[in-house]
Design a protein around this ligand. Structure first.
Ligand code: DGJ
Length: 392
């Protein structure tokens, strides 16, 4: 286990003995409950027998428990009518409904006004402030996807309630790390030029050269599909999101309290059209899985690796293998969970149902390794946490 992870888990175990059990499960989850099956693509009932409603989600491992945060979806709209739901579990198969962690607001003009778009929430724990920090993608009510903002909220307990802090675009006035004055001037002149049609060779070059980054310099960079990653190697946190009209990924460092951007960011795969970033560390390598950009419809996953979070990032083949692998088994990535204290990882994705959003399904599959040492995701009708711990 990495040194930082060891320290955090020792602190958290001490807190568990001293603290009270929050969001206690009604069901008795025991060691043997690690034999409970995880089945992708099916209805997944919670402790009340209701299909789990936590889409575009992520998992926080804290105090020997897992907390699943995700978008509450209603039956007929993908807009947020409730907020971010939280569930807890000890075995990743049986989940207790902990209620709404972050609620939408009945105040006209409020950033979180009921009917806004609130997507892909992720929660991390900050050991310095002892706060739980939630980041999410926010679109203002009635404005489609044009706001392209991040939102951030904090809580004293994992399950919340979360207090909304603010939303915005990312780092107005700040250029990407390492951009020379000459490159900045070129991006600025491209931003003022008429570039003609998209997808031409000269347009690709202009995106690569940062014309959209320059266009958005004053407002800050657009922030849509997103995740937050705490690197187990050193405890530093990063906000990773689709920017520049979803054409370019940005990886931005977070402040020590994880509630704002540090000021350093890099652009990854300009014009690559990546959404749905999910990331994990294995040894000295960071692996990131993303999707293409086809709305709610599934597409082929992409994979990147780097030795340093700020790059360079190298693109690899689709990590999914087997039948329907070219459509990510009908899903779109949302998160990769590393089981604490192990090098076992779970790929998580959503099968969207835009006509009946609350019926959207989940894909959770173990990450295995190809002969040439790359992550692979293979469909399994069912598997258990015990299987994963025993190498499947
Ligand atoms: C794809 C994104 O990954 C989803 O989170 C959502 O924003 C849909 N697009 C909306 O079409």
């Amino acid at each position: 286990m990495h040194t930082f992870t060891k320290i955090v888990f020792t602190l958290l175990s001490a807190a568990a003995i001293a603290g009270t059990a929050a969001c206690t499960s009604a069901s008795a989850e025991t060691e043997s409950s690690e034999m409970r099956e995880i089945r992708s693509g099916e209805i997944w009932p919670d402790n009340n027998g209701v299909h789990i409603n936590a889409h575009g989600g992520g998992i926080l491992a804290y105090d020997n428990k897992y907390y699943w945060f995700g978008e509450h979806k209603s039956d007929s709209t993908s807009s947020a009518l409730v907020g971010v739901k939280c569930y807890s579990s000890t075995n990743l198969a049986d989940w207790t409904d902990c209620g709404t962690a972050l609620e939408v607001v009945d105040e006209a003009g409020h950033d979180l006004e009921r009917g806004c778009v609130l997507e892909r929430p992720k929660v991390v724990y900050n050991p310095l402030t002892k706060k739980f920090v939630m980041w999410f993608h926010l679109e203002l009510k009635g404005k489609g996807y044009s706001a392209a903002r991040y939102g951030v909220a904090t809580a004293d307990k994992p399950e919340g309630p979360y207090t909304y802090l603010r939303s915005g675009r990312v780092l107005p006035g700040v250029r990407p790390a390492g951009m020379t004055a000459e490159a900045a001037a070129r991006a600025d002149s491209l931003a003022k030029a008429d570039l003609g049609d998209w997808w031409t060779e000269s347009w690709y070059k202009a995106v690569d050269d940062g014309y959209l980054n320059s266009r958005d310099l004053g407002t800050g960079q657009m922030a849509r599909d997103q995740t937050v990653f705490v690197d187990p190697a050193d405890g530093k946190a990063y906000h990773i999101f689709s920017s520049e009209d979803n054409l370019t990924l940005i990886i931005a460092g977070l402040s020590d309290d994880f509630t704002s951007h540090s000021g350093k960011y890099v652009r990854v795969a300009p014009a690559g059209h990546n959404e749905a970033p999910a990331i994990f560390r294995q040894g000295d390598t960071l692996w990131m899985i993303t999707s293409g950009c086809t709305g709610w419809a599934p597409n082929k996953a992409r994979m990147f690796s780097a030795k340093d979070i700020y790059g360079p990032w190298t693109q690899h083949e689709n990590p999914c293998v087997g039948p329907n692998a070219d459509l990510t088994f009908g899903g779109q990535s949302t998160y990769i969970l590393t089981i604490p204290g192990t090098d076992k990882h779970i790929f998580m994705a959503d099968i969207w149902r835009p006509e009946h959003p609350s019926d959207a399904r989940y894909i959770w599959l173990p990450i295995t390794w190809s002969k040439d040492g790359k992550p692979e995701v293979q469909w399994r009708d069912s598997w258990t946490l015990a299987d994963l711990k025993n190498n499947i």
